[in-house]
Ligand binder design. Structure first.
Ligand SMILES: [Cu+2]
Length: 300
């Protein structure tokens, strides 16, 4: 079931409502007719003798005929318009690369690989932490502050091939070192007991992981998708399907297709392949994690 805020929820409700109304009319009428006019319920001598191929003109009812033409036509027209609106909203207005957070998605047999075209920072504090952990990174320094001089923290960082460790004792600390911002930077902050209290990962443009992608909340996400050959495995048709946002788009060999959506809640959601692509099609899954940003609709 799509997330509450997507246009598809309203569309689903509208179609479900009218399907039930039409279905109820048809089935009630059908059961009435089946039971009321079954053999033995009608005195056959009173029935008109209809001849095959001859329409009983005297029984014609022009108004009734127009009604069963016009009423369904209005309903179908209305449903077309509501469907068109949601299609346009979700597929009609492709955001430009500047407006959106762009991720390259590469489908292979049988894997999803994602590459960022701009850096993304994924941060998580352990639950119930009484002090905030703020991390600032530039190409020459990692600075951390806890806002509380009472806590002693150990900070471990790694930024291939370099790594290091330093402590915070009076609410803040930093290390001056060359950080390669083109590589993944991972920082783990531990308290005195050795528990991890905060984790920070910065994925640079060009880096990524297979089977996992992070996107910022509240921003339009644009996926540029291609299907690629790996070893002997051909580039074949796949389809990126994200049930949570009710969006799905084919991934086609030798063609770049795009898909876009705006997540408004943080969380981790499943991605599946929705186009049969060979033996391990069913296992071709991935996860998309929406990380909070300051323009997130829900929790920021
Ligand atoms: Cu597939």
């Amino acid at each position: 079931m799509p997330a509450e805020y997507t246009t598809f929820v309203g569309l689903y409700d509208t179609f479900m409502f009218w399907s039930i109304i039409v279905g109820a009319i048809v089935f009630v009428w059908m059961f009435y007719a089946v039971l009321r006019f079954r053999k033995g319920m009608v005195d056959e001598s009173t029935l008109e003798k209809l001849e095959p191929g001859v329409f009983p003109k005297e029984r014609e009812n022009f108004k009734l005929e127009m009604a069963w033409f016009i009423i369904p036509a209005i309903l179908i027209g209305y449903l077309c318009i509501v469907s068109w609106n949601s299609l346009y909203e979700d597929w009609g207005n492709s955001p430009s690369d500047d407006e959106a957070f762009v991720v390259e998605a590469i489908a292979t047999q049988w894997n999803w690989e994602f590459k960022y075209t701009e850096p993304i920072i994924v941060e998580e504090s352990s639950e119930g932490l009484l002090y905030p952990v703020n991390i600032g990174v530039s190409d020459g320094r990692i600075a951390i502050s806890s806002g509380s001089a009472q806590v002693n923290l150990t900070v471990k960082w790694s930024n291939e091939p370099a790594s290091g460790e330093f402590n915070i004792t009076d609410g803040e600390g930093h290390v001056d070192t060359i950080i390669d911002l083109q590589e993944i930077l991972e920082i783990t902050v531990k308290d005195e007991e050795g528990n991890v209290v905060h984790e920070y990962t910065r994925y640079a443009a060009g880096t990524g992981e297979s089977g996992q992608v992070y996107v910022p909340c509240g921003k339009e996400i644009k996926l540029k998708m291609t299907s690629e050959r790996v070893g002997d495995a051909d580039a074949v048709l796949h389809a990126f399907f994200l049930p949570e946002w009710a969006v799905k788009e084919d991934v086609v060999p030798n063609l770049e297709t795009i898909l876009y959506f705006t997540p408004q809640e943080t969380g981790t959601y499943d991605v599946v392949c929705a186009e049969y692509c060979g033996m391990k099609h069913a296992y071709m899954t991935a996860q998309i994690t929406v990380v909070s940003s300051n323009i997130c609709g829900g929790e920021a």
